[in-house]
Design a protein around this ligand. Structure first.
Ligand SMILES: *[C@@H]1O[C@H](CO)[C@@H](O)[C@H](O)[C@H]1NC(C)=O
Ligand SMILES: *[C@@H]1O[C@H](CO)[C@@H](O)[C@H](O)[C@H]1NC(C)=O
Ligand SMILES: *[C@@H]1O[C@H](CO)[C@@H](O)[C@H](O)[C@H]1NC(C)=O
Ligand SMILES: *[C@@H]1O[C@H](CO)[C@@H](O)[C@H](O)[C@H]1NC(C)=O
Ligand SMILES: *[C@@H]1O[C@H](CO)[C@@H](O)[C@H](O)[C@H]1NC(C)=O
Ligand SMILES: *[C@@H]1O[C@H](CO)[C@@H](O)[C@H](O)[C@H]1NC(C)=O
Ligand SMILES: *[C@@H]1O[C@H](CO)[C@@H](O)[C@H](O)[C@H]1NC(C)=O
Length: 394
């Protein structure tokens, strides 16, 4: 109740005191659940926001007021900065099997030298992706042209964007990934993603430097809040994941080179009924270094693979011959408890490449059991560290 009041006051304050409010209803938007809202958003940006920005992103607000709208085409804003987009309405994506790319994409929000917020994304609305229509009978290939994979629409992407503050707007059942953020010093917080329990529905995919995701909840069937390469500095805090594939690093695909991920910190994460908990994953043909990642205060309930560092992660196919050297070092798991769901799967598995041993694997107060009290399996290959009897000292 208290939190809700604070959020409401903040969003009212933003629109009430903005120096300029650019309302999509003045730029061709119609809240009739059938007129495409995308051209109105683009016009409101070009004809109103673009000429009105100040060095304070909260001075200029592109507003989608409450009401129900259709979303038929994509909104792509390039070279933007210093404005807020506030979506208080509900948007329904209209099914179109040929639609691809990203529905809200912000590219190169980099033209300011200030360290002020460049784009603020907020609001009380919901974007309904109706992703099930792109996956009849849960068939992920139904609307996928294999030569153009992945071609189902994604919801939101910030690419080469710094100092973004993203919150509020609920994202519901995207046909594909929900949020991708690539850039530095970005924050996503206080928001919810709810999707079908199926693959290719990633919650937050993060890369760049010093990004921060906190106080979010994700229900889906793939990545919850996951770090991609390159990353130097990431914090994830107060995260709830339901049915997801975990808070992971990777995966790094076939023949990827130059992978660099460092200084990752997660704290206070609960995960229920998921496939993966914390999975650091790569093909054995990928090369690079992941170092200094710390996971603190995780609680798992019924997770198929709770903790995994896996250099042989090859979904849906046998791994090719090992030609890579992906190395994981200084990875710490502390205060982690809960249950795995499957008596034949290890609760902890570390499988690294011979000759590129994973070093500094630290387990402290990690207590993972199995549903029904089955024997706990731990498998360790080519790794050293402390805190597990299966790990030799480095
Ligand atoms: C808006 O249209 C979508 C289909 O595009 C439908 O699912 C939804 O119920 C409609 N919402 C309202 C409020 O009529
Ligand atoms: C479906 O999307 C394609 C690709 O963006 C577009 O060319 C086509 O006009 C859209 N069809 C409808 C009915 O909107
Ligand atoms: C942990 O995260 C939950 C939300 O998932 C939050 O309610 C709780 O206050 C957090 N605990 C601490 C100690 O910050
Ligand atoms: C490891 O990462 C943490 C969190 O990002 C950071 O505070 C710490 O300084 C890093 N340690 C080293 C040795 O770089
Ligand atoms: C890992 O592989 C990359 C790409 O083949 C190579 O440039 C690098 O020198 C290798 N590093 C080590 C430590 O073997
Ligand atoms: C882990 O839990 C112990 C016992 O509650 C606590 O003393 C310690 O500070 C925790 N570690 C971290 C990094 O929070
Ligand atoms: C348990 O794990 C094994 C090996 O991954 C898998 O074949 C089996 O289907 C799983 N059982 C359940 C009930 O999920």
């Amino acid at each position: 109740m208290y939190l809700g009041t604070v959020i409401l006051l903040v969003s009212l304050a933003t629109s009430a005191f903005a120096a300029t409010t650019c309302n999509v209803l003045d730029y061709g938007g119609v809240a009739d659940n059938s007129t495409d809202i995308a051209p109105a958003i683009t016009s409101a940006y070009n004809d109103c926001v673009a000429g009105a920005t100040t060095s304070d992103a909260t001075d200029t607000v592109l507003l989608v007021p409450s009401g129900t709208y259709a979303l038929v085409t994509a909104v792509t804003l390039t070279n933007v900065a210093d404005f807020s987009i506030e979506i208080n309405g509900d948007l329904n994506l209209i099914f179109n099997a040929s639609l691809s790319g990203t529905l809200f994409s912000f590219d190169d929000c980099n033209n300011m030298l200030t360290s002020a917020l460049q784009v603020v994304w907020q609001g009380t609305g919901t974007i309904y992706g109706h992703g099930d229509l792109w996956r009849p009978d849960e068939n992920l290939m139904a609307c996928t042209i294999p030569s153009a994979w992945p071609n189902r629409p994604r919801l939101v992407r910030f690419q080469t964007c710094n100092n973004i503050d993203m919150s509020g707007v609920t994202l519901n059942n995207s046909p594909m990934f929900h949020v991708t953020i690539i850039g530095d010093n970005n924050v996503a917080h206080d928001m919810q993603i709810i999707a079908d329990h199926i693959g290719e529905t990633d919650g937050f995919d993060m890369s760049g430097n010093n990004n921060y995701v906190h106080d979010v909840s994700v229900e889906n069937g793939d990545e919850c809040v996951t770090v991609k390469a390159p990353t130097n500095g990431f914090v994830g805090e107060n995260i709830q994941c339901f049915y997801s594939a975990g808070c992971n690093i990777g995966s790094f695909g076939n023949d990827a080179t130059g992978i660099s991920v460092q200084n990752v910190y997660y704290k206070n994460v609960t995960q229920q009924n998921g496939d993966g908990g914390i999975v650091l994953k790569s093909y054995p043909t990928a090369s690079g270094l992941v170092t200094n990642a710390t996971y603190v205060d995780f609680t798992f309930t019924n997770i198929a693979y709770p903790l995994q560092v896996d250099s042989f992660w090859c979904p849906n196919e046998a791994c090719p011959a090992t030609t890579g050297n992906i190395t994981w070092t200084d990875i710490t798991f502390e205060n982690i408890s809960g249950t795995g769901d499957n008596s034949t799967r290890p609760t902890i598995m570390i499988d690294c490449i011979a000759g590129y041993e994973c070093t500094g694997m630290t387990f402290e107060n990690v207590d993972l059991g199995k549903e029904g009290g089955a024997t706990v399996e731990i498998e360790v290959t080519n790794a050293c560290g402390t805190g597990l009897s299966q790990l030799s000292a480095c």
